[in-house]
Design a protein around this ligand. Structure first.
Ligand SMILES: Cc1cc2nc3c(=O)[nH]c(=O)nc-3n(C[C@H](O)[C@H](O)[C@H](O)COP(=O)(O)OP(=O)(O)OC[C@H]3O[C@@H](n4cnc5c(N)ncnc54)[C@H](O)[C@@H]3O)c2cc1C
Length: 423
């Protein structure tokens, strides 16, 4: 019997597998897709140069994964988003500090302090804005601060979960891209691991002593321990059966974590129509939350933009056919940059819809109002020989990042080796 089976070859699964394999346990990773990396997915066949369909940034030199990036010998390219961000609050698209010179914005001065000093009972983002009387531009800026990163609506996102999940920390970090594409990182870490691709887990029968896995093709496997790295969206969709059912505390955790949809829009243009200095443009009102340049100032690379469309805006855009959605996005870019001709300049477009992906069922999670502590309950060791990893199981230092998945992999590797004892 194997010592450990790991479900999922994303960053959490690969990290746990590598640690446990190094410790000489017998380990097999089961992965539903025909590739490793999970929500890290570099697209190589879109333009001349790597474009990210999933995770894009390593968030700062202090990111826990930085030592793996260095160990793999991967080069980074900085993305100076704070200095080079434009905002569109409904009118013209302007450099961020200019948008903040508006008197309406002064009304929300100190807003970030008010957010982090919120005490229980929890508030939704909307109740928070109402409580502090934010209106007009101040309200738009507050809403962007609370919801720009989380794929939920103002009614669904809880402020205490926002604080616990370290979103403020994330907003203060300087982002980097891996020059050869994000997928280079899991590929490098997975060398030598026993990973079975195209292997869909259908059921997990767990006890205190061992776990039996049933695959979609009817095969069953047994191991002394199993680590699930299934994304919260997959767990909530009940596409994997647990026998016996998961304890009530885990079911509560899953009811308090919401996996919101995210659509990434990869765009290749014949020529650039956005300002040369721009790295990112955030939009308070349009159909797409953020646009960013992929290869700013790189002369040998194509004019490419990525659209980041999350939560309710992603759900709304996904209602349309790709042709209609393309029209909507090009109209939006024309609104952002009056006088430009995005329709005419478009060479190619691709939509990556994580909400419709059966092995993610969403982009990543946020905590509902009143759901404080849900991630701790999700990762708790209360299911015998079945252990819990994945970026949704950690809130520190920032939930739902590649580095959080990595840290969860390290944690479960420690938990499992304590359970199994010396080899
Ligand atoms: C659009 C987008 C942009 C993002 N941007 C960033 C970013 O810039 N920086 C950052 O740090 N993070 C970012 N993230 C978050 C980051 O990608 C994830 O938090 C992280 O990659 C999750 O790793 P994981 O191993 O926990 O889960 P996953 O990567 O989802 O891995 C889980 C694995 O389980 C597999 N699986 C699912 N069901 C089954 C089954 N039934 N049987 C077998 N296998 C199964 C899946 O195929 C998958 O490979 C982004 C995410 C998205 C979606």
């Amino acid at each position: 019997m194997l010592d450990v089976i790991i479900i999922g070859a994303g960053m959490a699964g690969i990290t746990a597998a590598r640690e446990l394999t190094r410790a000489k346990y017998s380990v097999q990773v089961l992965e539903a897709r025909d590739r490793i990396g999970g929500r890290i997915m570099t697209v190589e066949d879109f333009v001349d140069g790597p474009v990210e369909g999933g995770a894009e940034f390593v968030h700062g030199r202090k990111a826990a994964t930085m030592k793996e990036v260095d160990a793999a010998g991967l080069s980074l390219r900085g993305s100076p988003q704070m200095r080079r961000t434009a905002f569109n609050m409904g009118g013209a698209t302007r450099w961020l500090p200019i948008s903040c010179l508006h008197p309406g914005a002064w009304a929300c001065a100190g807003m970030r302090n008010k957010i982090i000093n919120t005490e229980p009972p929890d508030l939704s983002a909307r109740d928070f804005m109402d409580k502090h009387g934010y209106k007009g531009r101040g309200r738009q800026l507050t809403e962007m601060t609370l919801l720009q990163h989380l794929p939920g609506s103002a009614d669904d996102v809880g402020v205490l979960g926002w604080i616990d999940d370290g979103v403020m920390d994330l907003q203060n970090r300087y982002n980097h891209r891996i020059v050869t594409g994000y997928s280079s990182l899991p590929s490098s870490m997975a060398k030598g691991l026993d990973i079975r691709l195209n292997t869909i887990v259908e059921a997990v029968q767990w006890t205190a002593q061992k776990v039996r896995i049933q695959l979609q093709d009817g095969e069953t496997l047994e191991a002394r321990t199993v680590i699930s790295t299934l994304p919260v969206g997959v767990l909530k969709a009940n596409s994997v059966r647990f026998e016996p059912e998961l304890p009530e505390s885990k079911q509560w955790a899953l009811s308090q974590l919401e996996m919101g949809p995210i659509t990434k829009i990869l765009m290749h243009f014949k020529q650039q129509f956005w300002p040369k200095w721009m790295e990112m443009a955030a939009s308070a009102t349009g159909p797409v939350n953020l646009y960013w340049t992929v290869f700013r100032n790189m002369k040998d690379r194509p004019a490419a933009l990525t659209g980041y469309c999350i939560g309710p805006r992603s759900a709304a855009l996904s209602q349309n056919s790709d042709n209609k959605a393309t029209e909507i996005v090009m109209d939006d870019l024309k609104r952002m940059y009056p006088g430009s001709d995005p329709h005419g300049a478009l060479a190619d477009i691709r939509f990556v819809k994580w909400g419709q992906d059966p092995f993610a069922v969403g982009g990543y999670t946020y905590v509902r109002p009143g759901g404080r502590g849900a991630r701790e309950k999700l990762k708790a060791m209360d299911t015998g020989a079945l252990f819990w990893a994945g970026s949704g199981t950690e809130s520190q230092p920032v939930s739902e990042l590649v580095e959080t998945a990595y840290l969860s992999g390290l944690r479960t590797a420690r938990e499992v080796s304590t359970c199994l004892g010396p080899v």
